[in-house]
Design a binder for this molecule. Sequence first.
Ligand SMILES: [Zn+2]
Length: 220
Amino acid sequence: MKLESDGILISIRPFDERNVIAHIFSRDFGAVAGMIRGAAGMKNNRPLVGQFGNFSWNARLDSALGVFHWEPERNMATHIMINPQILPFMNSAFDLIKTLLAEREPYPALYNDTIEMLRKLPDTQNAPNTYQHWEINLLRELGYALDLTHCAGCGKTSELGYISPKTGRAVCTTCATPYTERLYKLPITLNTTLRFLENVCAQQDVKIPQFRAILSTKFF
Ligand SMILES: [Zn+2]
């Protein structure tokens, strides 16, 4: 089996003295895991998290760990890596992609959203908003399409004070009155999206990814 696409290198960890295990979030096949041979010993052109490039991936069997050939084109994280205020957002996004998206399943919209987020993150002041926007897009892919346009109860578009944890739809203050303790308050914060992510993690029987958990302690 052979795959070819472009993508973002989202994680690298050592496998042995010479080789690394990498995850690439690709345009055509979503998250793909595989080995980059010889990468651990490279002095120059070492693969780096945040690089954008082209790859091919080969595996003998569909289930086997494939081997990447990675051709980096540019590093999208150059300005992010050196800024401790925005680096946690990139780390969290990459950790969520790696943990929650099914492997080798395409997510073309989220792929474009991720490229867009990496371009916008270096604008430090807007970085929390940029990240939150991306996380809302991730939740859409994971089955929680948040709808804040109108009240799920009566349809009105004003006085939307709450969001339902079950449906992700807005509820106006009047309709919410009997149930406020069971609803999340608007506006949406990273705490709100975290609670939806916790639901997804519970369904998939995984823990909240470490870098997302760190983000919560940093920004609330
Ligand atoms: Zn209502």
